[in-house]
Design a protein around this ligand. Sequence first.
Ligand code: SF4
Length: 329
Amino acid sequence: MIQTIYIEKEIIDHPRVEQLLARFKSAEKIVCDHYGEIFNRKAQNFRFQKKNPALILAKKHKGYVLPSPDAYGIGGDKNYYFSHMMNCIYDCRYCFLQGMYRSANYVLFVNYEDTHNEIRRIANEHPDKICHFFSGYDCDSLALEPVTQFVENTLPLFDELANAWIELRTKSTQVRSLLDRPVVKNCVVAFSLSPDNIVKNLEDKTPSLQKRIEAMKKLQDKGWALGLRFDPLIYSDNYQQSYSEMFQQVFDAISSDKVHSISLGNFRMPEKFFKNMIKLYPDEKMFAGPLLEKDGMTSYPDHLEYEMMSFCEQKILDFIPAERFFPCH
Ligand code: SF4
C-alpha cells in the first residue's frame, strides 16, 4: 500500500520509525530534513497524489493540543483537539483537508508522548473541570490504527486522568484493537454517519453505513461509549427521506439509552478551501449548489440550514433526550 516513505533525519532512530520501516520493507525510503519540504511543495496535485500517497514520518514540535472552537462541544467544561496525523485514507468529496493542504501524502508525527504530556498538563491544570480532548481533526482517528497504534498508545493515559475524556472520531470499522482491550470509561468512540446515498456518492473508500453500524454495535455490546456525529448534513432533494431512514436504521441496531452524545452540524467550509476544492473537482455536483459565500465561509443558505437542522433535530429527539444532543450552530 505504501510505496514511498520519507523520514525526517532527526527521528531516523526513533523506535516507532524502526517498527514502521520494518512493516513496509519494500517501500522506497528517502531521508529529508523537514517534512514541510515534501508536504508543502508548490505545484502538487492533491487529487492526483491521493491515488498513491506516500507516508512521511515526522516530529511535531509545537501545537500538540489546541483549544476547540467555542461552538463545538459535547458537554465538557473545556474542549481541545489534536491530531497525530495529517490526511486520511478515505476520500470524502466534502473534506476540508483537500482544500487546506497542497499534498495528499500522509504525515505521521511519531512523538506521541509529547501530545500525551500536553494532555496531562492541561487536565492537571484544570482539576475541577471536565476536559474533553477531540482526536481526528486532520485525519480519521482509527482508520490507520493497525499501522500507527496511536490509540493503543494513548488510551492508557485516560485511565490515569479522572477529569479528562477522549473522543475518537472515525468512519472506520478498524475497532479490533478496542474490542481486544479493556474498556476505557472516559473514551467516546464517535462515528461520523451519513445516509447511504451520500456514503456512496461522496465518501469514497469509506465503509458503508451498515458496516459502521455493525462496528458500533460490537463496541456498544462490549461497553464502549458511543458518539454519533451527523456532520456535515448534506442537502439533496430527498434529504428528509434519506436522513429519516438513516436515523431509523441506526437506532434499530444500537441502544439509544447507552449513546453518550449526538452532534449535528451543517456543511460549512472556509471560502478559500472551497475554491481549491472546486479546482480539484470542477464537475462535482455537490459543489454546484445550493451553496453560497458569506463572511468568508461557504455554506447552504440560512433558510436551508435552518430547515435541515430543525428537521434532523426533531427526528433525533425522538430517540434520545435533549441533554445528550449537541447541535453545532
Ligand atoms: S473521513 Fe474525515 S478526514 Fe477522512 S476524508 Fe472523510 S471527511 Fe476527510
